[in-house]
Every structure is written in C-alpha cells, then in structure tokens.
Design a protein around this ligand. Structure first.
Ligand code: KG4
Ligand code: ZN
Length: 349
C-alpha cells in the first residue's frame, strides 16, 4: 500500500513514498521508506533574511511535479500504484499549505484514491520511529523546531498530551534570531551551531531562562536580548571572529542546558524512561551529546530521527499517514479540504 507524502508547510518542498504494507507485516518501519526527496528554498529567501510567504508558495508550485516524478523514479514505482496521498494540512504558512493540499487532493481525485491531511508536528513527533532502534510507546517527546518548543507525552498514534511549551520564541527561532545578530545570515541555526563548536565555554555566561521555574515551560526571547547586549557591550563595530564564536557558544550552552534540564524533569514527573527528540533543532550536536550524557546518568534512553529527517521532509508526512491508516485513525475520505495555519496538536485526536 503505497502512500505519497507531501510537505509544503514552510520553506522546504518534501516528497516521499512510503509502503504501509511494512507496518502490517510487523517489519521495522524504516523498511517502508522507499524514497524521499527534498528541495530547500533557503537560497531563495536568504536575500530577505527570512521566509517570504508568497515566494515560498510559488516555489512549492514549481517544485512539486518534478519532485513527485523524481520520488517515484527513485523508488521504481508508477503513479498508478499509489494507494493514498498525504499532505501537511497545518500548522504553517497558509499559502504554502494550500499548494500541497490542492496538489494532493487533485492528484488523489485524478487517481480515485484518498487524500489525507496530516498535522506537521505529528509528522515530526513520529519520525523517530523511522530510525533504528525504534522507540516503543509510551515516551516523552521534545519537539524543537523553528516554530515550536514543546514537551509532549506520547501514549500511541494520535494520543498526545502537551506537558509544557515555550511562552515566546521557539528554540529554533532563538537560534535563527541570534544568528542574525551575529551576522550569520538566514537560516542561521546550523551556522550558529557550527560557529559555537569553535567557541570558548568560559568567556561569556548567558542566563538559563526558566531553568528553575518548577514546571515544563520555556522562554527563549530574553536570550536573544542578552546576546544583543553582549554584542553592544563588546564595543566592536564588526565583531571579531573569536568573539562571535564565543558568543555563539554561550548561547548554545544556555539553550542546551535548559532543554536538557526540562527533558529530565519531564522524564521524572511522567515516570517514563524513553525520550524522543524531533524537529530541526534535534540536529544540533551539542544538544544530542548533552541529552545522551543526561540519559546515561539518570537511566533513560534517547531516540532521534536520522539527521536528514530531523528537519522538514515528506517522509514524516507519508509515515504519519501510514500509521494513522494502520491504526484505523485516518479521517473519512473527502475531497473538500481546508488548511489550518494555526493548529494545536492535541486537536488532531
Ligand atoms: O523542523 P524544522 O525543519 O522546521 C520547522 O518546522 O520549524 O526546524 C527548523 C529549525 C530552524 O530554526 C533551524 O535554524 C533549526 O531548526 N536548526 C538548528 C540546527 N539545524 C536546524 N538549530 C540548531 N542547531 C542545528 N544544527
Ligand atoms: Zn517542521
């Protein structure tokens, strides 16, 4: 049962083909992923310092047909073998979402197969199940992307309880805004992380927001302000490379400390022993090694998607649809559709 997955919620066009028959056979879920391709629009938006929604929508329109062809060719499958089309229905940019939704429904209608709208964060949340070893339910999930920072309890497919979330900026957003302050361009998160690797840990110390708040909430917007003050107080008009690297390191250390402490708290309070990391910031190496160390110390296991499946991709959308179909949780087939630019994950259940 072949499912085509389409991701167009923001600035990446992702397309993938997943064979849901693998789930029925009880084989490792990763075996069902037959092909996935991605086109990043980062070059398109770089000149503007952020995503321009209208340009994003137009580029998705341009990319979808060739990417679907490429995905099918890579998997060696034909269009008429498709059993369903899954697309990201929200949250995200309204116009960008509509491109994927309209394309998905048009293709599904033409082929007489269902189109399934998927919650983008559910895609991220379930993507670690595509890795080896595969985490079993229940687990605690940390979703750290450009738009979200949330801790969730995941009891099964479609069974998600929000434990805590950011009050302001998402962790990825904080990485991107801090990168801009350091002159790293867009999207700055990965560049900031690379810079931090060469930075000194003992030169600057930034606050750890809400570290001792006693709950599972986060707040990252103050860190960006703290970095802006460091830049100002450095007295350097154009920051020296070493100073930029040291500031990047101080910022990354602060974010990682807070994320690790809150994950540990979520594990303690939930009584669970598995932690799953999803979303773009999950690709951060400092975060990964700190979480491993904490897990080893406290006796919990940490799971991640493959690095290429941490950021937005079509595989997670096809896979989430496959899991929903497998568990009888797919929506009733209909070709009336809308998208939900704002959409709480709990509302999918
Ligand atoms: O999940 P994602 O691809 O898109 C959203 O749904 O937001 O996450 C993108 C975010 C961006 O903010 C990006 O800067 C951040 O993930 N990111 C990183 C790293 N790789 C991507 N942040 C820190 N370190 C990284 N290595
Ligand atoms: Zn995402």
């Amino acid at each position: 049962m072949l499912i085509l997955g389409l991701e167009t919620s923001c600035d990446e066009t992702g397309v993938a083909l997943y064979d849901a028959g693998v789930l029925a056979q009880g084989a490792p879920p990763a075996q069902g992923l037959l092909a996935h391709v991605l086109h990043s629009q980062s070059d398109l938006h770089a000149a503007y310092g952020g995503v321009v929604p209208e340009l994003a929508s137009r580029d998705h329109v341009r990319r979808l047909v060739p990417l679907v062809r490429e995905t099918l060719a890579r998997a060696g499958r034909r269009r008429d073998a498709l059993a369903a089309v899954a697309y990201t229905a929200g949250p995200g940019l309204a116009g960008a979402l509509l491109v994927g939704a309209a394309f998905g429904h048009a293709l599904a209608l033409a082929r007489g197969i269902p189109a399934i709208g998927i919650h983008h964060l559910e895609g991220h949340l379930l993507s670690p199940l595509l890795a080896q070893p595969t985490p079993e339910f229940p687990f605690v999930a940390l979703l750290v992307s450009g738009g979200h920072t949330q801790l969730m309890r995941v009891d099964g497919v479609g069974r998600y309880v929000l434990l805590g979330e950011t009050q302001d900026d998402a962790a990825g957003e904080a990485f991107d805004k801090t990168a801009t302050l350091l002159g790293l361009g867009y999207p700055g998160g990965p560049a900031l992380a690379r810079l931090a690797e060469g930075g000194r840990a003992d030169r600057y110390r930034l606050p750890r927001p809400m570290l001792n708040s006693g709950d599972l909430g986060f707040s990252f917007s103050g860190l960006k302000t703290a970095v802006a003050l460091l830049v100002r107080d450095s007295g350097q008009v154009a920051l020296e490379d070493a100073t930029r690297a040291d500031i990047a390191r101080a910022f990354e250390d602060a974010v990682v400390d807070v994320l690790v402490a809150k994950c540990a708290r979520a594990i303690d309070t939930s009584g669970l022993s598995r932690l799953v990391i999803a979303g773009g910031v999950g690709a951060n190496r400092a975060l990964r090694s700190a979480l491993h160390a904490e897990g080893a110390r406290r006796g919990f296991d940490v799971f991640y998607p493959a690095p290429e499946l941490c950021t937005d991709n079509g595989a997670m959308i096809a896979f989430a649809a496959a899991l929903r179909l497998h568990h009888g949780l797919a929506p009733r087939p209909s070709h009336a559709f809308s998208v939900r630019p704002r959409w709480e994950l709990g509302a999918t259940v």
